[in-house]
Design a binder for this molecule. Structure first.
Ligand code: 13P
Length: 257
């Protein structure tokens, strides 16, 4: 397993933008991203409608596209679902899975194993698996235990990650959209634990590339504190990813060194 991946900055647009605004935001981000010499990757996660057009027409080698969620099924009679195969054919490279908003509002905790199994076994997409504790769990000192349970459940149907690239996004639920943040030191402790858990779970079948990124109220004013550690491989950004100027400032300045 490679010890660290190229830094990755991910914009999760959630359900905040209409079709035209999504295209216009993507255009601005593309213009602000140089094609050459950039030492990190940017991933944009629009909703499914603009995703098709943006991903299909993408020519920027430093910008990748992905979906905000996946179906637990590969294809077939599942009304309302979008298949991974379809996303891959559009050129998507990443797939967000297990975001706390999906776990909370759509009761997805119990289908995480099926979703991860579908991604790992039926696609080449790179999963960005979200984990994190709520405020009560944090106050009770259960952060590591909660994350361990989430990882064990998500990977329960998978025996090997050999050859895969896997990203885990540590997003403390209480830090999402609240303006509250953790220190880089605290993030590093949790990220190291996550890495240890993956190593313990997959021993001889480790992924080819593996990184843990941080998410939760990251903005132009605080992103620098997460820079410079190989244990923080990137950032998952919500509201600040909706402002091209802010997002570009973060994306174009987030490196290990
Ligand atoms: P905010 O950056 O708005 O806190 O959202 C974080 C998030 O949920 C990204 O997936």
């Amino acid at each position: 397993m490679k010890n660290f991946i190229r830094p990755i900055i991910i914009g999760n647009w959630k359900m905040n933008l209409d079709y035209k605004s999504s295209l216009s935001l993507a255009k601005k981000i593309n213009l602000g991203r140089s094609q050459k010499g950039i030492k990190n990757d940017v991933v944009l996660l629009p909703d499914f409608l603009p995703l098709a057009e943006l991903s299909l027409k993408n020519k920027n080698k430093n910008i990748f596209y992905g979906a905000q969620d996946t179906s637990p099924f590969s294809s077939g009679p599942y009304t309302g679902e979008v298949s991974l195969e379809n996303l891959e054919k559009l050129g998507c490279k990443y797939i967000l899975v297990g975001h706390s908003e999906r776990r909370q509002y759509f009761s997805e905790d119990k289908i995480m194993a099926l979703k991860m199994e579908n991604i790992i076994k039926n696609s080449k997409l790179i999963p960005i698996l979200c984990v994190g504790e709520n405020l009560k769990q944090r106050k009770n000192g259960q952060t590591v235990a909660v994350i361990k349970k989430q990882l064990q459940e998500a990977f329960s149907k998978i025996k090997s990650l050999s050859g895969k690239k896997i990203i885990i996004a540590y997003e403390p639920i209480w830090a999402i959209g609240t303006g509250k943040n953790i220190s880089a030191k605290e993030a590093i402790v949790v990220h190291k634990k996550i890495k240890e858990m993956i190593v313990a779970m997959f021993k001889n079948n480790l992924p080819r590339e593996f990184g843990v990124i941080y998410g939760g109220s990251v903005n132009v004013n605080n992103f620098k504190k997460f820079k410079g550690s190989e244990d923080i491989s990137g950032l998952l950004i919500g509201s600040s990813s909706l402002r091209a100027k802010d997002f570009l400032k973060i994306a174009n300045n987030f490196f290990y060194v």
